[in-house]
Design a protein. Structure first.
Length: 196
């Protein structure tokens, strides 16, 4: 195998060949079954130290230049027929564990991006501290919107981070308390304890 890529930041078992990086990028774009951003692909390769960031970025740009990847909007990309061919014929040359790790990371990042888009949280400074404005969306409409107070910015950031982690649990907790459904409340408490 020709190791022609920088290996800074690559863990044991990661990819050290530009050709393999290009193949893995095509495999990921093909496997997620939705238009995906360059940032998601690069972060997927970084999460488990599968490829050097700068090499992966250069390989992504090269795939665009060679028209194996095409933009569908300002941010997201899909494969052209050349990229699909690379993915279908060459992806098996990449170790299965590398493909699985990269795909799991990509799908997790796409899911988190979707949650962040649907469930908004903003920090607003006030004279005496901060308000954290949280909104849980059901797609077409907001299901729940509320505002919390935090005395300082560090606490506000913690509240924002925890809301972003699990907005569904926040909604379920509020619903179980307000409707006084004992079964739902018990289930919610188990979910909360499981996260601890």
């Amino acid at each position: 195998m020709n190791f022609d890529a920088f290996d800074e930041g690559i863990n044991l078992g990661g990819i050290r060949s530009k050709n393999e990086i290009r193949i893995l990028i095509c495999y990921l774009i093909n496997s997620v079954k939705t238009p995906v951003s360059k940032e998601i692909i690069l972060e997927s390769l970084q999460k488990d130290g599968l490829a050097n960031y700068f090499e992966a970025s250069a390989c992504f740009d090269e795939l665009i230049k060679k028209e194996h990847i095409k933009p569908v909007d300002e941010k997201n990309f899909v494969l052209n027929s050349g990229g699909e061919l690379i993915s279908s014929q060459l992806s098996s040359t990449i170790p299965l564990t590398v493909r699985e790790k990269a795909l799991f990371s990509a799908l997790s990042l796409i899911e988190q991006q979707k949650k962040d888009k649907e469930n908004k949280v903003e920090i607003e400074k006030t004279e005496s501290g901060y308000y954290i404005k949280c909104t849980i969306s059901g797609g077409e409409m907001d299901l729940l919107s509320f505002k919390l107070y935090a005395p300082n910015y560090d606490e506000a950031k913690i509240l924002k981070k925890n809301f972003r982690k699990n907005p569904e649990l926040v909604y379920k907790t509020m619903l179980s308390v307000l409707t006084k459904q004992k079964d739902l409340l018990s289930e919610t408490l188990r979910d909360i304890l499981y996260l601890s």
